[in-house]
Ligand binder design. Sequence first.
Ligand code: UD1
Ligand code: CA
Length: 449
Amino acid sequence: MSRAIVLAAGKGTRMKSKQPKVLHDLCGRPMLWYVLEALRATGIEQIVVVANEELKPQLGEFGVTCVVQTPQRGTGHAVQVALEALEPRNATLVVAYGDMPLVDATIFEDVQAAVDADAGTALGLVTARMPLPSNFGRVVRNGAMIEKIVEFRDATTAEREIDEMNAGIYAFDERALRAVIGKLNDKNAQGELYLTDTVSLLVGASYRCVPVQALDYRLVLGVNDRVELSTARATMNERLCHAHMRNGVTIVDPATTYLEPGIFIGNDTIIEPNTSIGGNSVLGERTRIGPNSRLYNARLDDDVRITESVVLDTSVGARTTIGPFAHLRQGNVVGADVSIGDYVELKNTRMAAGAKANHLAYLGDATVGEKANIGAGTITCNYDGVHKYPTTIGRNAFIGSNSSLVAPVTVGDGASTGAGTVVIRDVPGGDRVVGNPARSIGAKKAPST
Ligand code: UD1
Ligand code: CA
């Protein structure tokens, strides 16, 4: 069983946050999540996260082993603490930092492949060429091999000119690592035990440390403050947008389209600018979303059109149109060929196929039958200040403008309410009611022949 150690106990001082750095959000997931995903994709089975006291209780959902490091005396100290908690093995051990969410699985695969304990290669280290200036640790080479790593703060002027950086991804021969890890000292600018010093210790013990160059330095950028967080978010978002575009989705403006991992978008869907789609959203084919829309946990069938609207925790049937300026929140089930127009709010409501609510309405805890028409200004009065009550509107019902339906109440199939009606009692199917409180004016007569 292959193992990895992920360091995440640092104070994250530069974030200036009460929240642990690795839990800061990046496109809908905590930063740490991306690192763990990439590691798991390479077959790593056990991941030990080195955490501080604040982070530990929040690691439950990640499926990792947690080791607490207090006080935090540096990255080398963090690995010492993790190794004490692990049964020693003669195997490759990956060490990565939890603050580099843009890594992909390929990097972890390549670095593991570089270790060869039998041939004396005790460390594969990911390096990246980067534009200067940079605060990354500098990789000092001896020919094709790494001689040592110098932290930026400890580097000489000449060393600061080196543009090959320590990415913070290591694959160690665990036995060699254990042999040197106790020898770290804190005689450096930060007074910390640096994991990076294991390189010169290994070289001193006649092991080889090989560089594994990342193809693109942007994949290994660490996030240390909120400026770097926004840079990482832009990169991740671009990556997500590109993946969907290559998969047959038109994104008019990737720079203002915000996607999360784990969403599905069908072919020939068009996403207009300034739109975000997240959670477990699944979009069918040929849907058209935006501009200025937000979807979260939305399940859309084919050919749905959503304009300048918010759709949360809602499923929507084929060909339905929503917006502009509609707000569908929390547990709606909207059928096919439904029309929901401007300034309509739906909460926990079912609208059957062909129903319409084209302007200015609040439908909460309601069930609307097939082809029912909800007039402008219709309100389901679902809340009496203490409890919520349901409203049922039958098939082909016609709710006149500015009707108030005081729940619990049912308006039967084919029934209608006049403009401004306040419905406080059930209306039988086919009946017509008007006024406040609503009174029957009898069923509509069949046209005389
Ligand atoms: C580190 C590297 C540097 C490299 C850079 C890449 C060291 C000494 N330096 O610098 O060479 O170029 O990453 O991004 O390793 N952490 C702990 N316990 C501690 C200290 C840190 O778990 O006591 C964790 C942090 O939470 C973080 C990671 O280790 O996830 C790296 O620490 P950070 O302080 O960000 O190191 P850098 O200064 O970025
Ligand atoms: Ca860092």
